[in-house]
Write a protein that binds this ligand. Structure first.
Ligand SMILES: NC(=O)c1ccc[n+]([C@@H]2O[C@H](COP(=O)([O-])OP(=O)(O)OC[C@H]3O[C@@H](n4cnc5c(N)ncnc54)[C@H](OP(=O)(O)O)[C@@H]3O)[C@@H](O)[C@H]2O)c1
Length: 311
């Protein structure tokens, strides 16, 4: 039970498996998963392959220009890229985060290596265009991999612009996002337009409502899925702190609660990538390890739900 085989990554040459990154991250304690290669998933509409563990930037990368404040995010991004991970999610809503990602990408020599996802978060066509131009500048790129309508704000207007930008090669994929169950019916409407390549939505061990209709719809419509708030903004890990892991966690190569929570999310068949946020390289390494080793099967997922009693 609980031993679904992970898909191995086709790691580009020069990148290092997690086993070799043990010394790089602070606090790299715990057992290294059996398979030290990051699991990958396929974007349904293109066949492009993406590592299943990504990186969110809300709060953690909103650190401004100060070099000392940027040290944590820089170490996180370095480790992330060394492990072969690629998906970084940002937004103009996240203060300086886009600019920090852009600057650090340049400093670390990662231009062209990451899958950059950001958002448009404003009312109005012209305002949206101006905001997206600014995102291109801040992220220091001429093409953003994934442009998402943040929290569905004015989404019918922005989708038209996004289609035109996609045709011109300024973005590669179109997405819509939300973090709340109340928005699921509208997310469904956006998917049903047929114009959306990616859905980004909240999903965690304690927030499973997306399983009912939204995630199956995404699968049916061949829409890739990014997961936000896999730790409920960190609250789940706070509540589980100090609790021993269940003994069966070893069957799926989990050595921390963060890995267990992420493996739950990643093992849903609709999920392409989860984007946990952190500014601590030790936590980044922990999160990346969730994308390695044995993954839960359906029976193990049912077992994992029993952890709700602890939360
Ligand atoms: N509507 C939207 O589009 C939307 C909404 C919400 C979120 N998002 C995206 O999704 C991303 C993730 O969501 P989130 O930032 O709200 O919350 P989250 O990823 O569920 O939780 C982040 C928190 O978990 C902690 N953490 C991460 N890894 C850990 C580990 N291994 N051990 C212990 N603590 C750990 C972090 O603290 P430390 O920094 O101390 O590690 C941070 O406080 C966002 O950053 C954003 O990019 C999008």
């Amino acid at each position: 039970m609980g031993r679904a085989r992970p898909r191995r990554s086709s790691r580009p040459p020069g990148l290092r498996p997690l086993t070799e990154l043990r010394g790089v991250a602070e606090g790299g304690r715990g057992r290294v998963a059996e398979s030290a290669e990051l699991m990958v998933r396929t974007i349904p509409r293109s066949g492009e392959v993406l590592p299943a563990v990504g990186l969110g930037t809300w709060r953690t990368f909103d650190v401004g220009a100060d070099a000392a404040q940027r040290a944590g995010p820089k170490a996180v991004l370095r480790l992330f890229a060394q492990a072969g991970a690629r998906v970084v999610d940002s937004s103009p809503m996240y203060g300086s985060a886009e600019a920090v990602v852009g600057d650090l990408t340049g400093e670390l020599g990662l231009a062209g290596r990451l899958f950059l996802a950001t958002k448009v978060w404003i009312q109005g066509r012209e305002q949206g265009i101006r905001q997206m131009e600014e995102s291109l500048r801040r992220l220091r790129t001429t093409c953003i991999d994934l442009m998402q309508v943040h929290n569905l704000l004015d989404w019918t207007v922005h989708l038209r612009t996004l289609q035109a930008w996609k045709e011109r090669g300024r973005i590669r994929y179109i997405g819509v996002t939300h973090y709340s169950q109340s928005a699921y019916p509208e997310l469904e409407r956006a998917i049903l337009t047929g114009d959306v390549d990616f859905l980004q939505v909240n999903y965690s061990l304690t927030s499973t409502a997306a399983e009912r209709r939204l995630l199956p719809l995404a699968q049916e419509r061949r829409v890739a899925v990014l997961i936000n708030r896999p730790f409920e903004g960190g609250a789940l890990l706070t509540r589980l702190r100090g609790r021993p892991l269940p003994p069966w966690a070893a069957e799926i190569d989990c050595s921390s609660w963060a890995q267990l929570l992420l493996k739950f999310v990643l093992s849903h068949p609709a999920v392409t990538c989860a984007t946990p946020a952190t500014d601590k390289p030790g936590h980044m390494r922990d999160d990346l390890e969730a994308g390695c080793g044995r993954q839960p099967d359906a029976a193990m997922r049912a077992r994992m739900m029993q952890c709700l009693d602890l939360i």
